[in-house]
Design a protein around this ligand. Sequence first.
Ligand code: SF4
Ligand code: SF4
Length: 161
Amino acid sequence: MSELHSFTGLFRRFRAFMLRRDVKVTGQCKMCGECCHDILLRHKKRWLKKERHFEELCREEPDHQRFSITGRDEFGHLVFACSLQDKSGLCSCHADRLPLCRNYPPKSLYYQGGWLRPDCGYSFKAVTFRDIFMRRKRMRIPKFADVLQQEQERTEQSRLP
Ligand code: SF4
Ligand code: SF4
């Protein structure tokens, strides 16, 4: 990810921590299939930039052989398309899709500074400092147990591919 993504992700994590408000994923899938190409993949906590890292991922998790490299983005990340997308853009193995697809869009994408396509049926909804200052939302008194649980969940999410 770029420095901008890193900074944005850091700010989002900081804000969620300070306001004790986790981001929410709202909306629903419109089945447009736009997220089944131009995909970036992650393995061992790194975004794939090298073909040998993708080969390593495929050796460890053969289900990923459905992806093929189509190019690179402006930051040097490998870009993939899925071979299981049918001609109409729908998933031909919907019942058997990967956790990566099943859990899309993950909150970890938001906390890593990523964005959703503007035409995606989902969106991230976060409470902002402005919401608090304008009294649109109440400030929450932090509970240590809640923060701990949130951090554990985030750690679990970051382990997902
Ligand atoms: S881009 Fe969004 S709306 Fe389209 S298929 Fe993917 S998750 Fe669904
Ligand atoms: S497995 Fe299905 S949902 Fe996942 S990227 Fe491929 S076509 Fe899309």
